[in-house]
Design a protein around this ligand. Structure first.
Ligand SMILES: C[S@@+](CC[C@H](N)C(=O)[O-])C[C@H]1O[C@@H](n2cnc3c(N)ncnc32)[C@H](O)[C@@H]1O
Length: 205
């Protein structure tokens, strides 16, 4: 198990009890996403954490596969899904590459607060593109360290020298969009929560 997975397992219980820092932005992102969801859809979410968002979206679609590298996050997610009585919501331990879906089988993929944490951003984006149907949507919420300001930027940069924390990659919003476009996506919607924190809806052309 790598350092990052150890960290997420260690923090899972605490993470599940944390309140959302910016509730208005969270609600806005939920509402944008749900405009696209329909009852016939197959959806995958990677880096799902304890499944808080998955539980809200799953009732709107046919199947919802939630994936996370941290077993403890998945355990909590499964418990919450069972309590909510959601039989179409499944949880699997792994990365998107390991535990995702067959090629061109997904109508939508979500990666929320995760793209800045994956070890190979282009590989993850290519995997999302491969698993989506043409016309399928990718919803991402990402910290773009290069555009962040103040203390948060320093904290992100500090993860590179603090061995117990997951490393946050450094790219700008524009760079992220360019990398999505290069992988065959068009950006359909952009909500910049604050400089350097961006929610994107990208469609696979
Ligand atoms: C910042 S949390 C975000 C959780 C949730 N998406 C949210 O927005 O609250 C990052 C999550 O991604 C998971 N994670 C980290 N690296 C991952 C990877 N390469 N593949 C899948 N999940 C990963 C962690 O275990 C953690 O649950």
């Amino acid at each position: 198990m790598g350092t990052a997975t150890r960290f997420w397992n260690w923090t899972a219980e605490r993470y599940s009890r944390q309140s959302i820092a910016d509730e208005a932005s969270y609600q806005k992102k939920l509402a944008i996403t749900q405009r696209y969801l329909t009852p016939d859809m197959h959806v995958v979410e990677f880096g799902c954490g304890t499944g808080s968002t998955a539980i809200l979206h799953a009732p709107k679609v046919k199947t919802y596969a939630a994936i996370d590298v941290a077993e403890k996050m998945v355990e909590i997610g499964r418990r919450k899904a069972a309590e909510a009585g959601l039989s179409n919501l499944t949880f699997t331990v792994g990365t998107l590459e390991q535990a995702g879906a067959p090629d061109t089988s997904c109508d939508a993929i979500l990666g929320l607060n995760i793209l800045h944490l994956v070890p190979d951003l282009d590989l993850t984006i290519a995997t999302v593109a491969r698993m989506l149907k043409p016309g399928g949507h990718f919803f991402s919420s990402t910290i773009c360290l290069r555009d962040l300001q103040g203390k948060l930027r320093l904290l992100g940069l500090a993860t590179r020298v603090l061995p117990l924390l997951p490393t946050v990659s450094s790219f700008s919003v524009r760079e992220l969009e360019t990398r999505l476009e290069r992988a065959g996506f068009a950006i359909e919607e952009r909500f910049e929560q604050r400089p350097g924190v961006v929610f994107l809806v990208a469609v696979k052309r």
